[in-house]
Ligand binder design. Sequence first.
Ligand SMILES: Nc1ncnc2c1ncn2[C@@H]1O[C@H](COP(=O)(O)OP(=O)(O)OP(=O)(O)O)[C@@H](O)[C@H]1O
Length: 322
Amino acid sequence: MNFDEAIAAFEPALPLAVAYSGGADSTALLVACAARWPGQVEAFHVHHGLQAAADEFERHCAAVCERLGVTLRVHRVDARHAPGESPEDAARRARYASLATLASAEGTRAGIQSIALGQHADDQVETVLLALSRGAGLAGLAAMPEIAQRDGLVFHRPLLSVPAEEIRAWLQARDLPWIEDPSNADARFTRNRIRTELLPALDRAFPQFRSTFARSARHAAQAHGLLVELAQQDLAAIGTPPAIAALRQLSRARQANVLRHWLLQAHGCTPSTAQLDELLDQLETCTTRGHRLHIKIGTGFAERRGVLLHWYNPSPPTEASR
Ligand SMILES: Nc1ncnc2c1ncn2[C@@H]1O[C@H](COP(=O)(O)OP(=O)(O)OP(=O)(O)O)[C@@H](O)[C@H]1O
């Protein structure tokens, strides 16, 4: 899909905020959205205290927005990363929180519920490759969704099918400036090494792979959606917390599916395959048939990652749990 087709197909609820970093992709998105919906678009910029250049990014964004006649809202964060968390993950987490803060901040145009992000087809391919390198399941291989609800907001990625070079060509044809984030060239980040080393090699070996990868991500997203539906149905049947006897009636793959879903929904944790296997082994041999599943989550940073410490309730079943 080319850039103009993607913008024409984009139908967010208005008014709209564009998450504007000053980089090429969000610049093109902001310019195109402001032209398509005059007076209905604001720009949200997150000032990451992470980089020395952050002040310069903000000044650039302010100058472009002034020229476009678009209101710029800035939120400052100091995205310190927790032990074990990468600076990129910390920045991403802080960014979503900031965008939500800006959407409800005093002075922001009332009614903004849609936020547009500038990720494109190449970002999607990199995300799939990163997921593969981690041994991710379908949820990871589904990569980034075009539309996602979070914190009462709707996040849109209208450029997910547009190749990066197409977006740059669109900007260059209009003589529109953007800033290059120096961290995008930093070879310490795996994503950057994928972009600079792996993608060119894959291009040579499989000239179509960028679009076929993106198609695989859409297939994975669809299949993942079906697994979520199945988990919801199973959870409705076995109850929450899940009744162990009812859970054991299901196939092992279905048990894993419903437990993964429940752990995420109820406890905000995503167990590793090894943790889930251990849990399923214990379920297979446990004799406490009348129990409901009871888990305890680790503490500190491990809690965010969802480390499971205890699998099922060892105390005698109560009337309520039979
Ligand atoms: N500091 C920021 N403030 C507001 N939005 C941001 C910021 N950084 C990134 N985003 C949003 O998240 C999207 C993806 O971020 P990513 O880090 O991949 O992009 P980038 O290289 O910084 O910028 P761009 O995608 O605009 O070239 C951006 O397109 C933009 O919509």
